[in-house]
Design a protein around this ligand. Structure first.
Ligand SMILES: Nc1ncnc2c1ncn2[C@@H]1O[C@H](COP(=O)(O)OP(=O)(O)OP(=O)(O)O)[C@@H](O)[C@H]1O
Ligand SMILES: [Mg+2]
Length: 242
């Protein structure tokens, strides 16, 4: 579903380039639920922007659904993004003057779906996320957890191949966090491919697979091939004591 090969992302900052991603090779299979954990500044959002086709890598290849998208023009990327990716952000990013159902239906306007169909699909999805009784509420009239569930419904409206969530519980209290994570669990059981980005280990533990990002490099948690063996530790200890 997602395959990256040695992705590097450099930002040119007043002549002094910053290497935010330093060779990311990642494979996410269809139906997988993966969490990427890392501290602030480690490159999580940079990676999410590339996986979500919001940005392009400086080097390396990115295959989404089998297609190399690392060299597409911004217009082509926008099309792929609309079709293949559903986004969930920390700050929900709902339009404040639109009701819940209008927010969820919005992405379908761009693909020319007639209004009755749009609203019917949005209503079904809002019901699916437990908000069938809040269709006509504005975002400001909903709790944070409810707003995030509206945002998840909106992310699903075009039936994307991958759901990408960047700190989806970052603004939520403990109860709302559990609600959103339970919803993620259900979507995973239904076969959705989910990549969740977080700095919170507890949140990451809910995913099926955990990856760590630090200073632009990614490692698989529990990948024994990367953990030094006992004999390597012993050798290192010996060589440092002589
Ligand atoms: N547009 C940019 N121009 C220059 N440098 C950038 C830009 N965006 C990010 N960076 C740098 O790249 C590195 C990774 O940033 P990124 O936003 O991906 O981190 P993050 O893991 O998402 O952090 P946080 O948890 O705080 O959101 C940081 O050192 C940051 O300063
Ligand atoms: Mg970030």
């Amino acid at each position: 579903m997602i395959r990256t090969e040695h992705i590097i992302k450099r930002y040119a900052l007043s002549g002094q380039p910053v290497e935010a991603l330093r060779g990311i090779s990642l494979h996410i299979r269809p139906g997988e639920y993966a969490a990427i954990v890392g501290p602030s500044g480690s490159g999580k959002s940079t990676l999410m922007n590339i996986l979500g086709c919001l940005d392009r890598p400086s080097e390396g290849a990115y295959y989404l659904h089998g297609r190399d998208v690392s060299t597409l023009t911004p217009e082509e990327l926008a099309q792929v993004r609309g079709r293949e990716i559903g986004f969930v952000f920390q700050g929900y990013q709902l339009l404040p003057r639109l009701t819940a159902i209008e927010n969820v239906a919005l992405p379908l306007i761009l693909c020319g779906v007639p209004v009755q169909q749009r609203l019917a699909r949005a209503e079904a999805l809002l019901t699916r996320v437990g908000l069938g009784h809040r269709l006509r509420h504005l975002p400001g009239q909903l709790s944070g957890g409810q707003q995030q569930r509206v945002a998840i419904a909106r992310a699903l409206i075009r039936n994307p191949a991958v759901l990408l969530a960047d700190e989806p519980t970052g603004n939520l209290d403990a109860i709302a966090t559990q609600e959103v994570l339970s919803l993620m669990d259900e979507l995973h059981r239904e076969g959705r491919t989910i990549v969740l980005i977080t700095h919170d280990d507890m949140v990451a533990q809910r995913a099926q697979r955990q990856l760590c990002i630090a200073a632009g490099r990614l490692t698989e948690v529990g990948d024994v091939s990367r953990v030094p063996s006992d004999s390597a530790w012993a050798e290192a200890a010996l060589s440092s004591s002589f």
